[in-house]
Design a protein around this ligand. Structure first.
Ligand code: IVH
Length: 711
């Protein structure tokens, strides 16, 4: 079944195998949108569509926790670092927030907190409500009271060092008045006010028009002028200027709101922490409020929605943070978001405009995706010109025709979604949209197998659109990690005919003379690129496998394959053998924990294609994949499978499971031969008996606490 056909199924109706396939597809899709949003500041779907993907992923994971992938979007944040800035590691990861969209979501969030902490229903939960500004989060490190470094969030673990740019912000305290801990990380949001954004945007639009007029007169013009699409985009672009002098001219503001690493505790509650921040000279959002109980949040949310338009900056919701920091610590994180905070978003804003055209884009796997081109219209203070139309059926279902007046919804970002059309405004003679049956990039047939929603180009690697997308994937940071080989450079090298397959990248050194002749390709750039390429002649097998861009082989599956087959030679041989249905190799592949028959088929389909094998062998002559290593254990539970059963006395089951995961264990629900430990609480039932039968080691709660360092 295709990804899109799967997506239409209810989560409750999915089989384990389907769920696994869909989680893999979602991981890839969300990673793609994350990169567009964070790395290129150029999202192509609306926040609402993005949130829908994330929610679907979460719902499937909630039903099949054992299928949660290592590269799951719920474990990952944001994007990789941009080129040009030094990298900066955060002492404590910078995470993201889960969303609530209505009162029910918020109450569920409170119920989860109570359940996790084992609190009775009558225990009140105090929160601090803070407006959620859609800016750019930064991590500010202070040592002995002095500002020493500032970084963007990046992928959550490592961001870009933007210290020099941050120093251009008047609102950033250079020194903290004492007392302060020896070392502390302070987190906040860099943003730009609506009026400043609009003024800057208007100036840019005018400059772009003047430039265009000069160009039309045949005069010489400077580089293209970028027009920011929303305040977030503008703030991000401004802070990430390589030249701090440019940042200095941009009207950036900063609100501080969170703590990262601290060498000693500084407060007991979030409210007290905000007071400390104010005392140190940070600007803390004055609209923030301490809410004595969860009920108060409902009123605060309503008041903020009313106050929203009058604020000088854009907000898209309210962040609610549990006030007690001891509870925050116990709750910890699940995946990429804290259990103790939530972003309650406002409903999306709408507008109508005319649909001018429907463009078709071709992705890495050949999927043809339609995109609406519209007359520019402001929705929630942002100009929009494009919207995703998802797929052929969606266009037919909504009966969207070129010339129609469409209703747009923007849920906080640049690319909105089309909710529907206004039938009375349809121009006479408007025709139903005829979805192309050939690929707009290469002219090959585009086919849509029965039961699938997505039409795909059959051109494979002969299709330039697919080739370029695959090459970009190959070089990206979590794949081969070739610095300097981003979207633009890959496109240039491809257009010039120098790189058509991954192996060609490693033969670029023979084309230095050609590259030297290109504008902007100086000696230094070429040298750095070739150096980055040479540095990747040896890579871990798992990266190599992931970089191939085989459908459904994300990072986690690539790792499973590498661990299982150990060496490249073995993997290649077994994959070829596995192309035969019913063969021993195919059985083996399909039975690897976490792979399964559907993914085995995907791999077989890749290996059955002679041109894929040729491209792979060509690459393997240039690159040496290194044998996979067995993970080193640094806690008694690292890499072990653990099951909890019965009632624990000192913590809830959820808390215990989260703790085990922090220590590197895999938590499962049922006991099997593969289980390493069963922690037996009070009134344990069949699982304890089963453990005894299978000879699996059992631990008492006290032993478990002791071994995990809690006792
Ligand atoms: S707290 C673990 N507080 O929202 C705590 N974030 O979706 C994470 N944001 O990356 C952050 N206003 O860029 C927090 N008052 C606020 C915020 C806020 C805006 C942004 C921030 C974060 C994103 C998470």
């Amino acid at each position: 079944m295709s990804d899109a056909a799967l997506r239409a199924r209810k989560v409750e109706a999915l089989t384990e195998e389907e769920a696994q396939a869909e989680l893999a597809a979602l991981a890839a899709e969300i990673a793609h949108h994350d990169a567009l949003y964070h790395r290129h500041d150029a999202p192509e779907i609306s926040d609402a569509d993005y949130d829908a993907l994330v929610r679907r992923n979460r719902a499937i994971e909630a039903r099949f926790p054992e299928l949660i992938r290592e590269d799951s979007p719920s474990r990952r944040v944001g994007a990789e670092t941009a080129e040009g800035f030094a990298k900066a590691r955060h002492a404590v990861p910078m995470l993201s927030l889960d969303n609530a969209f209505d009162e029910d979501d918020f109450r569920d969030f409170c119920a989860r907190i109570r359940r996790f902490l084992g609190l009775p229903a009558e225990e009140t939960l105090a929160f601090v409500g803070e407006p959620k500004i859609d800016g750019l989060s930064v991590n500010l490190t202070y040592e002995n009271g002095a500002f020493v470094r500032g970084a963007t969030r990046g992928d959550g673990t490592e961001g870009e060092d933007v210290t020099r740019n941050l120093l251009t912000l008047a609102e950033l305290p250079r020194r903290l008045p004492g007392p302060f801990p020896a070392r502390i990380e302070i987190r906040g949001e860099v943003f730009c006010e609506k009026a400043d954004f609009l003024a800057f945007r208007a100036a840019q639009v005018q400059a772009a028009e003047e430039r265009e007029a000069r160009r039309a007169r045949g005069e010489k013009v400077g580089p293209a002028i970028t027009i920011p699409v929303n305040p977030r985009n503008f703030a991000a672009g401004s802070l990430r200027q390589l030249d701090p002098a440019v940042s200095a001219q941009r009207p950036l503001k900063l609100f501080a709101y969170a703590m990262g690493d601290a060498s000693e505790p500084v407060a007991d509650t979030h409210a007290a922490w905000l007071d400390r921040l104010r005392g140190w000279g940070f600007r803390v959002n004055p609209v923030s409020e301490l809410l004595a109980e969860e009920e108060a949040a409902v009123g605060f949310q309503r008041r903020m929605a009313e106050a929203r338009a009058a604020l000088s900056y854009d907000i898209d919701g309210v962040v609610y943070k549990l006030n007690r920091l001891d509870w925050q610590r116990r709750l910890g994180f699940v995946g990429r978001a804290p259990r103790w905070a939530i972003a309650w978003k406002f409903p999306a804003e709408q507008a109508t405009t005319r649909l001018l055209d429907i463009e078709i884009q071709v992705g890495r796997t050949g999927a043809l995706t339609p995109r609406a081109v519209m007359e520019p219209v402001g929705v929630g203070g942002v100009m929009v010109t494009h919207a995703s139309l998802h797929n052929e059926d969606e266009i037919a279902r909504k009966d969207v025709r070129i010339g129609d007046t469409v209703i747009l919804q923007r849920a906080g970002d640049v690319i909105p979604q089309i909710l529907g059309i206004v039938p009375e405004k349809r121009p006479e003679g408007a025709q139903p949209f005829a979805f192309p049956t050939t690929c707009p990039a290469c002219g090959s047939h585009a086919v849509r197998p029965e039961g699938e929603v997505v039409r795909r180009c059959t051109g494979g690697l002969t299709c330039p659109a697919q080739t370029v997308e695959r090459l970009i994937h190959f070089a990206r940071r979590n794949a081969m990690d070739i610095e300097g080989l981003g979207i633009e450079n890959v496109q240039t090298l491809f257009d010039a005919g120098l790189v058509k397959s991954p192996a060609d990248i490693f033969r670029l050194k023979d084309h230095v003379a050609t590259m030297r002749g290109w504008e902007g390709w100086g000696e230094r750039k070429i040298g750095k690129l070739l150096e980055a390429i040479e540095a990747r002649r040896r890579v871990p097998l798992e990266r190599f496998v992931f970089a191939l861009g085989i459908r459904r082989i994300g990072e986690a599956n690539a790792k499973l394959l590498a661990r299982h087959y150990h060496s490249y030679a073995e993997w290649r041989e077994k994959m070829l053998a596995a192309t035969v249905i019913g063969s021993e190799a195919r059985e083996e592949l399909g039975s690897i924990q976490g792979i399964g028959p559907a993914i085995a088929t995907e791999l077989a389909e890749f290996f059955v294609e002679p041109h894929n094998r040729a491209a792979l062998d060509d690459l393997a002559r240039e690159v040496t994949p290194e044998d996979a290593e067995v993970a080193a254990a640094d806690s008694p539970f690292a890499g072990k499978t653990i099951v909890f059963t019965g009632t624990l006395q000192t913590m809830t089951r959820d808390e215990a499971e989260a703790q085990a995961e922090r220590l590197g264990a895999k938590v499962t629900k049922s006991v099997s031969k593969k289980t390493d430990f069963v922690v037996v609480g009070a009134e344990a039932g069949s699982k304890a008996t089963k453990a005894a039968e299978l000879g699996v080691r059992t631990l008492t709660e006290a032993e478990w606490r002791e071994m995990s360092g809690l006792a």
